[in-house]
Design a protein around this ligand. Structure first.
Ligand SMILES: [Zn+2]
Length: 296
């Protein structure tokens, strides 16, 4: 559509109104959307299905079902925390026991595509990727998800419209705020509520995730320093942070220890609302309704 630079509109790509500064509930000063992306093997097959035959590569993802999710669930229970798990439809089909264990532990299940295909404008697979995952979550788990996180963190207008049509309530993919805001669709209609993310809390950046795209393994102290600074500053701003944690990374022993340490630190503030996307989106919607009602 935009083939040359002269085609580009002289407008921001995101035309949503600025995020309203609604207070957090019960006098909390800031919020943490505690979320995990359960990609399992689709982290690797999403871009290239032929990788399914690379069995050691697959084992990075398989770690989630064998060890990672189970240990994370136990850790969350020990801290009395509820989280959101965005899980691909393929992972639910291939690892039903793992998916059921997340649900049984009382956590929120979110939509994360079916094959973890990175959403691209004009891709004819967009609709099937959304609908097939919805069907799987319903049939396998009895779940109708409220939240959606874009696989590989990309989105487009067709997808924003589709998610609204399918009844999703919130998205958690954009990287342009520290507070929830309401999307504005290109046709002027209100879209989903956005719970923005930041690369700072994407654990993929801090741990070795794949031998073919190696990253330095950062020690606990380095990552904690980054994570604490971000949280403390956002807390001063009265905003929210969103974690993007993968059980094939943060479910590894030293990473899990690091995460436990960080979550205890966040809990120690006593005024950071650590919760699910569903809860934050519901709070936003209630504030928005009250706000609109008052000004009408
Ligand atoms: Zn993912």
């Amino acid at each position: 559509m935009y083939e040359t630079h002269d085609d580009l509109p002289l407008l921001p790509a995101n035309r949503a109104a600025l995020a309203p500064e609604y207070p957090w509930p019960q006098g909390q000063r800031a919020a943490m959307f505690l979320s995990f992306d359960v990609d399992a093997e689709t982290a690797w097959t999403g871009k290239d299905p032929s990788r399914y035959e690379e069995l050691v590569t697959m084992s990075y993802g398989g770690y989630e079902a064998r060890i990672g999710v189970r240990m994370l669930l136990a850790m969350l229970e020990s801290l009395s925390l509820r989280a959101t798990f965005f899980i691909t439809g393929w992972s639910v089909e291939a690892h039903p026991v793992m998916a059921e264990s997340i649900l049984r532990a009382g956590h929120e299940i979110g939509h994360h595509g079916f094959h973890h295909l990175m959403p691209q404008p004009g891709d004819p697979r967009l609709v099937d990727e959304v609908d097939r995952a919805l069907e799987t979550l319903k049939r396998r788990l009895g779940v109708v998800p409220k939240g959606y996180r874009a696989p590989s963190g990309e989105s487009c207008e067709e997808l924003r419209v589709l998610l609204k049509e399918r009844g999703l309530v919130y998205s958690s993919s954009w990287r342009d705020d520290v507070r929830p805001y309401r999307h504005l669709l290109a046709d002027g209609r209100p879209g989903l509520i956005e719970l923005p993310v930041t690369m700072v809390y994407d654990d993929w950046l801090f741990g070795l995730s794949h031998r073919y795209s190696p990253r330095p393994m950062m020690p606990k102290e380095h990552v904690l320093s980054i994570w604490k600074d971000e949280l403390d500053e956002v807390r001063d701003w009265g905003g929210m942070v969103t974690t993007v944690l993968h059980p094939q990374c943060s479910g590894r022993p030293m990473r899990l220890r690091l995460l436990r340490h960080f979550l205890r630190y966040a809990q120690g503030h006593g005024d950071v609302w650590i919760t699910t996307g569903e809860a934050i989106a519901a709070h936003y919607a209630a504030c928005e309704a009250a706000d609109t009602g008052a000004s009408a």
